[in-house]
Structure formats: structure tokens, C-alpha cells
Design a protein. Structure first.
Length: 395
């Protein structure tokens, strides 16, 4: 029977995480164009973007059980197809109604793929030496950085629909090829009746680890907000062009990648719960300090203001770097359920809260007239993550 060596398995998993990031993040630096196409205000656009959470919640409830029942291959390919269709459509429409429909489909596809690929990663860690969730999430961040740089370079030369639609199709092909190469070692459908989780147990088997879920939410919301608002903040508040507006997000991702890929060295020298607490405090307060400096620099010195903004997002990226993989690993360690179900259940809590919080940020920006004030919400949450650090402590 054909098999896959640990070295190839590791490489192909990294490809899946890298491609997944490019797949879903390619349009983020071009949000100002999407917002302009729809003709919406900051509050309206932020609320509409957050509706992807509705699809994500449905996916998070069901996909963990679907992975357990049918294996990861079918789930990865099905959700990659959903994302391709949704993204190719969403960047062409000028209708808020159609945007809403495809954004919900996109949310379902992203969450479904996220659950399946992370469940596969936890399974692969049993075979591949030195494979960690932090490393794979670092590769994901590297993919997000790559697509941000590409977007900044092509924004004035390639149309939104051609750029994002064409890239989505190319990424679908890479996922299809990688998944088929990994097929022999992908998680199979569950055949053990004693471990069977029928859909009727969807709610009865639902478990909430409030310490882990609360920490995850506080830790990652600044990452979500950066993706939604960094380019819009740089373009509309600082006043730079579309190409330069991608820089804060790029610097955020560089800091995040550095932290995640260096996670093994960091955790060998320091206890992980102390590291999480330190990064939360330094990242959150550093972000607030330099964002405050940026908004008080006169408009005539917009490039200095942009530099301060980039430093603010460097602090945000460094502070957020180890958070998601660390809390997901802790949640999986503290639960007896299959990893796909754990990831899904954590996501239900996280995405439910994110849906509300994204709207709060958007309408705070709308009513105060200041996106900087709105961004203090996710910054304060990152600082609060320090109080949940004991959830990741390894006995």
C-alpha cells in the first residue's frame, strides 16, 4: 500500500497551511476597494463583513462531527471548493445582498477547512518529529504575508476580480494536488462504534472550557481586527495610497511569523504561561502607545504617521504571535473529545463573540468618527489575555 514519509507529510501539511492563508487573505488588503464597490460606510461595511461568522458558526457546529465520521479528505476538498466559488463571486458583486450570501458561504468554507486541517495537524504530530501547531500557524502567517505583499504590488495594475478570482482557482488546484498526495495518511472515517459521535449528540457532547475559550477570544481579536481595518486605517486616517496602506498589515504579519516560527526556542527557555502573559501585556500596551502617537502626528507628515502605525502593528503582531496555536493546543490537551470536535467547539464560542465584537468595533468607528478609538477595543482584549495565561500552563 502506498504511504507517505514523515518528511513529505510535514512538507505537504506546510503547503496546505501556506495555501490556505493565501486563499482566504488575498482580498483583505483590498478591502478599501471592496468597500468602495459596495458604497458603504465604515459601520455598514464592518457589519456586513462580520456576517461571515453566521456561516462559520454553522460549519463549526457540524464539521467536527463530519470529519470524525467521514475523514479529513472529503472535508478539505469540499470546503476548498466552497471558498473558491464564494471568493470568485464576492469580489465581482456590487450588491450588498449578494455579498451577504457569498460571505456566509465563505465563512462556512473557511471554518470547515480550518477544522479539518488543524485536526489533521494534531493527528500528524503523532508521526512527524518536531511538528507543532505553532510552526504550522507560522507557515499560515507566512502565506498571509506573501499574499499581502503581492496585493500591495498589484493593487494599481490588476483588477480586484481578476486578482482574487484567479488566485482562488490557482490555490484550489494546489490544495487538490496536496490533499491527493497526502491521501494515504489522512484521517480516515471513524469505524470504532465505541468512539462514534452521531449528530444527535451535537449539543449533548458540547463542552465549553471557559478559561481556554476566554483566553483565545481575548488573544486573537486584535488579529481579526488587523485584517479588517489596518489597510482602511492607513488609507483613510493616515492618508497614504492603496499600495502603502498594506504596510501595517505586512509588518503585523512579519512580527507574527517571527514569533510563531521561533516558538520552539522561546518555550525551551521560558514557561509558556509566562510567555503568553508577557506577550499579551507588551503587545497590547505597545500597540496602544504607537497608535496614539500616529493619530497625533500632523497630516503634513503622513509618512511619519505611517511609520508609527507600522510600529504599532509590529507590537500587535508580536503580542498575538503565539496566542492562537497555544490556546488551541491547550484546549485539545484538556479535552477527551476528538481534536476536530474540540477545534470546532472552541470556534463556536470564539466566532459567536467575534461576530458581536466586530460589529462593536465597526459602529464605534462610525459613531465616534475615529477608527483609532475603535481599535482600542481589541487592544484592551489582548492585554486581558494575560489573565487567562494559566489555562496554557503545562503541568
Amino acid at each position: 500500500m502506498k504511504t507517505v514519509s514523515p518528511k513529505v507529510e510535514d512538507a505537504l501539511l506546510q503547503v496546505l497551511f501556506f495555501v490556505f492563508a493565501i486563499f482566504i487573505m488575498a482580498w483583505v488588503p483590498r478591502f478599501p476597494e471592496v468597500k468602495a464597490n459596495l458604497g458603504l460606510s465604515n459601520g455598514q461595511f464592518g457589519t456586513l463583513i462580520s456576517t461571515g461568522t453566521l456561516g462559520a458558526l454553522g460549519s463549526l457546529f457540524f464539521t467536527g462531527h463530519i470529519v470524525h465520521k467521514f475523514g479529513t479528505k472529503v472535508v478539505l476538498l469540499a470546503n476548498a471548493t466552497l471558498m473558491t466559488v464564494a471568493l470568485s463571486s464576492i469580489v465581482q458583486t456590487k450588491s450588498s445582498t449578494l455579498f451577504l450570501f457569498f460571505n456566509i458561504i465563505l465563512g462556512w468554507g473557511i471554518s470547515g477547512f480550518h477544522i479539518a486541517v488543524n485536526a489533521q495537524a494534531f493527528d500528524s504530530m503523532n508521526r512527524v518529529k518536531d511538528l507543532t501547531i505553532s510552526k504550522l500557524h507560522g507557515i499560515w502567517a507566512l502565506g498571509a504575508l506573501a499574499t499581502s505583499i503581492i496585493s500591495a504590488l498589484v493593487v494599481n495594475h490588476i483588477g480586484l476580480a481578476l486578482h482574487v478570482g484567479g488566485l482562488s482557482i490557482a490555490m484550489w488546484l494546489l490544495i487538490f494536488i496536496s490533499v491527493n498526495h497526502l491521501s494515504p495518511i489522512l484521517m480516515k472515517a471513524n469505524e470504532d462504534k465505541e468512539e462514534h459521535l452521531p449528530l444527535r449528540t451535537l449539543f449533548s457532547s458540547f463542552r465549553v472550557d471557559w478559561l481556554v475559550s476566554g483566553g483565545l477570544l481575548c488573544a486573537v481579536f486584535l488579529e481579526f481586527s488587523t485584517g479588517d481595518w489596518s489597510a482602511i486605517f492607513a488609507k483613510e486616517r493616515i492618508g497614504v495610497n492603496a499600495g502603502l496602506a498594506a504596510l501595517p498589515y505586512i509588518f503585523f504579519m512579519i512580527a507574527m511569523i517571527t514569533g510563531r516560527l521561533g516558538a520552539n526556542r522561546i518555550t525551551q527557555r521560558f514557561h509558556i504561561h509566562h510567555t503568553v502573559r508577557f506577550l499579551a501585556l507588551v503587545g497590547g500596551f505597545g500597540f496602544l502607545a504607537f497608535l496614539t502617537i500616529a493619530v497625533h502626528i500632523p497630516a503634513s507628515h503622513k509618512h511619519i504617521a505611517l511609520a508609527a502605525t507600522c510600529i504599532a502593528f509590529i507590537f500587535a503582531g508580536a503580542g498575538s504571535s503565539l496566542m492562537a496555536p497555544t490556546f488551541y493546543t491547550a484546549g485539545n490537551r484538556r479535552s477527551s473529545l476528538p481534536s476536530a470536535v474540540v477545534v470546532g467547539q472552541m470556534g463556536v464560542i470564539n466566532n459567536s463573540a467575534v461576530f458581536i465584537l466586530k460589529a462593536c468595533v465597526a459602529w464605534t468607528a462610525q459613531f465616534t468618527g475615529s477608527l483609532a478609538i475603535a481599535l482600542t477595543i481589541p487592544a484592551a482584549m489582548l492585554i486581558s489575555a494575560a489573565f487567562f495565561a494559566r489555562a496554557v500552563k503545562v503541568d
